[in-house]
Design a protein around this ligand. Structure first.
Ligand SMILES: Nc1nc2c(ncn2[C@@H]2O[C@H](COP(=O)(O)OP(=O)(O)OP(=O)(O)O)[C@@H](O)[C@H]2O)c(=O)[nH]1
Ligand SMILES: [Mg+2]
Length: 358
């Protein structure tokens, strides 16, 4: 299972205690105070590391602590600073307060590092307390304790392309056809319960990450089916691929409008994301005329088919493609596909790569 949320108790290191000591040397009686300061405790530091892409390496871990500072020493020697603990997380990890739910850190950039909890200050040694009225102070400060905080780490998958569709329309099948991901596939609704990622390799070693998520149904925003909670996994994708099934009891228009409607209820921002449409399971179409059906669908959603005869021969890029530079509201392309016969899968990944790269 993909672990995308994890709870931890983080504690920075305690400061070392200040020392109490007096200068000792032959022939010097009653030397002055020379107790050194304690070292600062280690920090808890978050580091963004793109070599990891899940939080699963924290599984089973509950507490992470940084080392304490060492105590001060005689002859004004300060204690060593405690070792800081560096917590490596993938880009896109957010740190929330477990108690208040407040977002504390948003870790996005590779290499970025943030000191989250500073280690406790080291205590002052007795040498610091010498004054005109007290030449031989006998006390030193204890080290400040480390800070502790319960946090929840959350990773919103940073996929480039998120698949959006009703259940059973072939989302998981598509990701398994395009990438090496092996999601569960079955001929019933809600096969996919947790999001999965797949890396789709295009030409010239370019690639993009595709996210397979559970199906959405009418009323999902009111909690029907699996609800819409999982949409947070695709909140940051650059592109949405609507998967509209042509071998379904729901019409193409019906599916598309319901999906858009639910998406809007979840997040207007997400609903405005750049998108494209794949008409799926074309090999299993059982209606009368698939071309007519798709053309009607395009008209229903206010688009005119613009596939020229020449493109028709090459089946590329499908029935519709937006003019360069038009993004708002209209799909970048509408492409009939089949994951089983591989029909149009190559142009599909090529077009998606172009969108993801933009
Ligand atoms: N004929 C045909 N069947 C397909 C195609 N793609 C998927 N299927 C079948 O459709 C059914 C559903 O496929 P899934 O990939 O599990 O669908 P899903 O959208 O991930 O479904 P949920 O996870 O339930 O939302 C399975 O029986 C697949 O074998 C296709 O291109 N052609
Ligand atoms: Mg699935």
């Amino acid at each position: 299972m993909f672990v995308d949320s994890i709870e931890l108790t983080l504690t920075s290191g305690k400061g070392g205690a200040g020392a109490v000591s007096f200068h000792k040397e032959k022939f010097i009686l009653k030397g002055g105070p020379d107790g050194g300061d304690g070292g600062r405790g280690g920090d808890i530091v978050f580091v963004v590391d793109a070599n990891t892409n899940t939080l699963s390496h924290f599984r089973g871990q509950k507490k992470i602590k940084a080392k304490g500072g060492q105590s001060g020493d005689i002859r004004n020697r300060a204690g060593k600073k405690g070792e800081s603990t560096y917590i490596k997380v993938p880009p896109g990890t957010q740190v929330f307060s477990k108690e208040s739910g407040e977002l504390l850190l948003d870790l996005v950039k590779e290499g970025e590092s943030e000191v989250f909890l500073k280690g406790g200050r080291g205590g002052l040694g007795n040498a610091r307390f010498k004054s005109s009225t007290n030449q031989r102070p006998t006390h030193a400060q204890p080290g400040e304790s480390g800070k502790s905080q319960e946090v929840r780490l959350e990773l919103k998958l940073i996929a480039d392309v998120g698949l959006v569709g009703f259940p059973n329309v072939g989302k998981s099948t598509l990701i398994s056809a395009l990438s090496s991901a092996t999601p569960e596939i079955a001929n019933y609704e809600f096969t996919t319960l947790t999001p999965k990622l797949g890396v789709v390799n295009g030409k010239d070693f370019r690639s993009f990450v595709m996210a397979d998520i559970p199906g959405i149904i009418d009323g999902a925003s009111d909690g029907k089916g699996l609800g819409l909670d999982f949409l947070r996994h695709i909140e940051r994708t650059r592109v949405l691929l609507f998967m509209i099934d042509c071998a379904n009891y729901r019409t193409l228009t019906n599916q598309f409008k319901a999906l858009q409607n639910e998406l809007e209820k979840y997040s207007l921002q997400l609903a405005k994301r750049e998108y494209a449409i794949a008409i799926t399971r074309c090999d299993a179409y059982y209606g009368e005329n698939i071309t007519k059906d798709i053309e009607n669908f395009l008209k229903d959603i206010g688009l005119m088919p613009n596939m020229s005869a020449e493109l028709h021969d090459k089946i590329l890029p499908g029935f519709y493609s937006a003019k360069e530079g038009i993004f708002e509201g209209v799909p970048q392309f509408v492409l009939p596909i089949s994951s089983v016969t591989k029909f149009n899968l190559e142009p599909l990944s090529y077009e998606l790569l172009k969108m993801a790269d933009r």
